[in-house]
Write a protein that binds this ligand. Sequence first.
Ligand SMILES: [Zn+2]
Length: 322
Amino acid sequence: MMAALLSSAVITLTACNSKPQEAGTTEVEGTTIEMPKVDVNRDLSQFELKEEDTIREMEAKIEKKYDIDVVYGNDIRTRFDEEEDDLRATVYTDEAGIKTALQTLDNALKVLPRGLIAQIADPKRGILKIYLLGAVGQGENEPESGAYPAFTDFEDRELFLAIDISLDGFINPPDILHEMTHVIDFKMQALGHLREEDWNKFNPEGFTYYIDYEKYYKNEIPKDYSYTEFHYVPRLLEQDPNDVYFLYNYAEINAWEDRATLLEPLMIYKALGNNTIAPDFYTFPHIRAKIDYLLKEVTNTFELNAEDVASWKQSLEKMSSK
Ligand SMILES: [Zn+2]
């Protein structure tokens, strides 16, 4: 079963293909899922990256800081799904590019509350692996830079997030955070949180997700409930605030794309310090109800650092005030 979640660079549309597990099922059959013990209050200052760090030093710091395994150069996997030719990757070995990618990876991941990533590890697959790849291909064609900028597969033998760094190590931080949202989301569902019947209460009366990604690409999903017409473009739609339920119609494909796009403006604000992507988005009543519920579920599921939680709430309040 293929379950890749893909997202593209800023300015263009996010593209995700995904078939994760059924909501509420456990990811390890016959086993109780354990939450790894994590000290969410530990001091991370010793892991600050420095200009003079070698690649290996950067890698070691990032791995310890986030409890992840970073894999790059000749150590990467080059096939991410045995069934699918289009997730065939090439190797990227340029040292300057890898350094750039590691720095951006750190800048993106530090937006998430301390210790959160460590808690998505599972007994069967271990800690999250982050692959820094060369170009990732499509079908019969040669791998193509930017075709699949970032993806994950929840049903893979490993828990991973793969990122194309073939363009001189460039990574778009929102792409990493969008995919991280999926990884966290699936863990929450596996633990029995984020039940779809609860989530659906926040959607319009009688609404069901379109499920099929193709419908989105064929432009068959209406925009009546959307905040904006396309990803990362200014709002031109004029729906009544009470009729807005989604960032844009991509969010209507399924609940996890809805939740990932819902968090994007907030995560971008935390990573890049700007609120230009979707001004006033969180002032819309159904949007605010959704994000309040989602963040509450996150804090109920994971043990989190209190300061980090407060900082997220503060950012949300700032973005929600006119
Ligand atoms: Zn996605």
